[in-house]
Design a protein around this ligand. Structure first.
Ligand SMILES: Cc1cc2nc3c(=O)[nH]c(=O)nc-3n(C[C@H](O)[C@H](O)[C@H](O)COP(=O)(O)OP(=O)(O)OC[C@H]3O[C@@H](n4cnc5c(N)ncnc54)[C@H](O)[C@@H]3O)c2cc1C
Length: 652
């Protein structure tokens, strides 16, 4: 039985405690018993509480709609022009659920096991079990909303396989699963807008968190059309603002995804957990040139039917279709015979890097491997492949000019997701009381590596089921004083936002925001990317503060504040990335083990696989901002494993 995990802080004199509030009792009953213990708010009192939801992606859209449906007064914020333009719309491949429709051996336990193992034993068992349990309800909820999941011959929802699992539990809507799920959440949100319980503020970017008497009581925003700085007060704040992988500049994220909301909340006291756990996805379209600003994912679902290979001979100049079978190295199938092309992302990415480092990469840059559908087309026919992945093939052709039905796709790993984020307890509450965090913005349930199709599952579990149960409990238990905009904390936060904007506009330097951001991305990719080592990380930790200084001396932000000014928006976000990047590298440097996507070259097995050090690193690293970005304080939440036994992760 897991009891409350109260982690000691190694930083003497600090009063922050990582109290995970994991309920007692058997793991299968923790969530249902906890829900019974959570306090409810009388329906007629709910409208008296105001909840501020930042983010309208799958986590924020679902959460705002669900709390609005319960009768709370919800105010929702997004910098996008519409709630339905959140980055979640880009998700392609699918969402996991332990429905076992295929009768291929799935269960809540198996999804739980696969997810803990997939995360390389760096997540909380209790949370992951709850996630697996809720996965089943998510599908029901989405089907009831009318989400058009693919169906098979008999009418049941169809599934496919994703990495890290030996069965088929990924529900999908062609290559547009995120879009269809987001439309479901969006219509639920709009229903509440019509009912008057939710008010959506688009084009509105959160710039700061207002903390009064130690509790989150509001946010400061900037209207992206008029430049107006405003404060919004409420009884609780939920941040569902997505991941921070764009710190690397080149990534598969929507260009505007950023860390500002969570980073500024971090600077107000919310601890940041495991910032170095960055997912690098193996199947993206390779980089083509220095001035590229975006990378495109080719969904992991393609690895159901596509086979990954490189020529056996390094520098082989022949076009792929002229390379005979016995001169091809299907390296994933060779190295991981049981999982083959469905090896998890961290493992498949490192394997691609390794063959390219040995000079066997393909394409003009040599940083690419083939994803080949020839055999699947021969076996199933082109029509079936077109039905399964047609829109992905079209997207690939639009970008590369190549027809992947005839020539193998070229793919290479790219930054795709961040497992780190604000630390939250079992209730998804951060270390600032009243500040809840959902979706990719929290440090989530994925440990050191997220399995494919589990981000949508986690975002929707947080939004539709967990926050609607835990956030009202906070409101029911807490006596909150009435506050208004004249409160000194509100004035101070507003003044700080205005000063920052004025400072950025006043520099009038010579370097564009993008050039500084690109340089930061190079540093992170080179020293804190797919492989990390002490010397490289130390170098990055010298270069990042120097680049930050350069930013504050020489960034050029043209135009004014009282109109749409994308350079100003970007500058504020890049200023935050320049601080967060330092924390990412510090975290990577302190974690001298390899685990999941965090591969420290000093810690590998003889076969070159990640080697964990459970004796010294089986904990969540939660960092406290202590003023100087170079000296954050480290807190540790120990992890214990009772149901999934710690073992070397093997996909052979
Ligand atoms: C190309 C691609 C494909 C993917 N495919 C899959 C898949 O098939 N399956 C899967 O499980 N996962 C997939 N993922 C991952 C998944 O899409 C994301 O992890 C998930 O959608 C994140 O949802 P979210 O609600 O946490 O945040 P987001 O969808 O990122 O939403 C963030 C929201 O916060 C708002 N916001 C952020 N900061 C501020 C601020 N300061 N002020 C105001 N608003 C703010 C934004 O406007 C937006 O509304 C994919 C990711 C990518 C990039």
């Amino acid at each position: 039985m897991t009891t409350d995990a109260l982690a000691p802080s190694p930083a003497a004199g600090l009063d922050v405690r990582l109290h995970a509030k994991i309920p007692a009792g058997p793991i299968e009953q923790k969530w249902s018993r906890h829900k019974f213990d959570l306090k409810l708010v009388n329906p007629s009192n709910r409208r008296k509480y105001t909840i501020l939801f930042v983010g309208t992606g799958l986590a924020g859209g679902a959460g705002a709609a669900s709390l609005g449906e319960l009768g709370f007064n919800v105010r929702s914020f997004t910098y996008n022009d519409s709630a339905r333009r959140a980055h979640s719309i880009a998700a392609q491949g699918g969402i996991n659920a332990a429905k076992n429709y295929r009768n291929d051996g799935d269960s809540v336990w198996r999804l739980f096991y696969d997810t803990v193992k997939g995360g390389d034993f760096r997540s909380r068992e209790s949370n992951v079990y709850r996630l697996a349990e809720l996965s089943v309800a998510i599908i029901d909820q989405c089907v009831a909303q009318g989400v058009p999941f693919a169906r098979e011959y008999g009418g049941l929802l169809d599934t496919r396989s994703f990495g890290g699992a030996l069965l088929s539990r990924t529900f999908y809507a062609r290559g547009q699963t995120g879009q269809q799920l987001l439309l479901g959440a969006y219509q639920a949100l709009q229903r509440q807008v019509a009912a008057g319980t939710v008010q959506v503020n688009a084009h509105t970017e959160m710039l700061d968190l207002i903390v009064i008497d130690g509790r989150a009581r509001g946010i400061v925003t900037r209207n992206l059309r008029t430049g107006q700085i405003e404060s919004h007060l409420g009884d609780a704040v939920a941040l569902c603002t997505g991941g921070y992988g764009n710190a690397f500049y080149l990534a598969t994220y929507a260009k505007n995804s950023n860390a500002t909301a969570i980073w500024r909340a971090h600077k107000r006291g919310a601890l940041f957990a495991n910032p170095c756990y960055t997912q690098i996805h193996p199947t993206c379209i390779p980089v083509t040139g220095e001035y590229q600003s975006k990378l495109t994912l080719m969904s992991e679902s393609l690895r159901n039917d596509g086979r990954v290979w490189v020529p056996k001979q390094s520098g082989d100049p022949r076009p792929p279709n002229e390379i005979p079978e016995d001169e091809r190295d299907y390296y994933l199938e060779r190295k991981y015979p049981s999982f083959g092309n469905l090896a998890p992302r961290d493992i498949a990415s490192r394997a691609a890097k390794e063959v390219c480092d040995r000079g066997r990469g393909v394409g003009t840059t040599g940083r690419g491997v083939y994803l080949d559908f020839r055999d699947a087309i021969q076996r199933l026919g082109e029509r079936v492949i077109r039905e399964r992945y047609g829109n992905l093939f079209e997207m690939y052709e639009r970008i590369t000019g190549e027809d992947a039905y005839r020539i193998p796709m070229r793919i290479f790993p790219a930054v795709h997701y961040t497992m780190g984020g604000l630390w939250v307890d079992y209730n998804l509450e951060s270390t600032i009381p009243g500040l809840f965090v959902g979706g990719e913005a929290n440090f989530s349930d994925h440990g050191a590596n997220r399995l494919g199709a589990s981000a949508l599952m986690q975002g929707l579990a947080d939004g539709y089921f967990i926050l609607p149960a835990t956030l009202p409990d906070y409101l029911a238990r807490t006596r909150l004083e009435t506050v208004d905009a004249s409160h000194p904390a509100v004035r101070q936060a507003e003044a700080a936002a205005r000063e920052l904007t004025a400072r950025l506009l006043g520099i009038r330097g010579k370097r564009t925001v993008d050039s500084l951001h690109r340089e930061l991305g190079h540093i992170l990719w080179e020293h804190c990317g797919m492989a990390r080592n002490q010397a490289g990380l130390e170098k990055a930790l010298q270069r990042i503060p120097a680049l930050r200084e350069e930013f504050w001396k020489s960034v050029l932000v043209v135009d004014g504040n009282e109109e749409v000014n994308p350079a100003l928006e970007k500058a504020g976000r890049v200023a935050d990335f320049l601080e967060l990047a330092e924390l990412i590298c510090l975290d990577a440097l302190h974690r001298r083990e390899s685990c999941g996507a965090h591969f420290r070259e000093e810690s590998q097995t003889e076969e070159g696989e990640a080697k964990r050090d459970d004796a010294n690193f089986s904990y969540v690293a939660a960092w406290e901002h202590a003023g100087d970005p170079a000296r954050p304080a480290l807190h540790k939440e120990p992890l214990s494993f009772e149901h999934v036994h710690l073992a070397e992760r093997s996909y052979k």
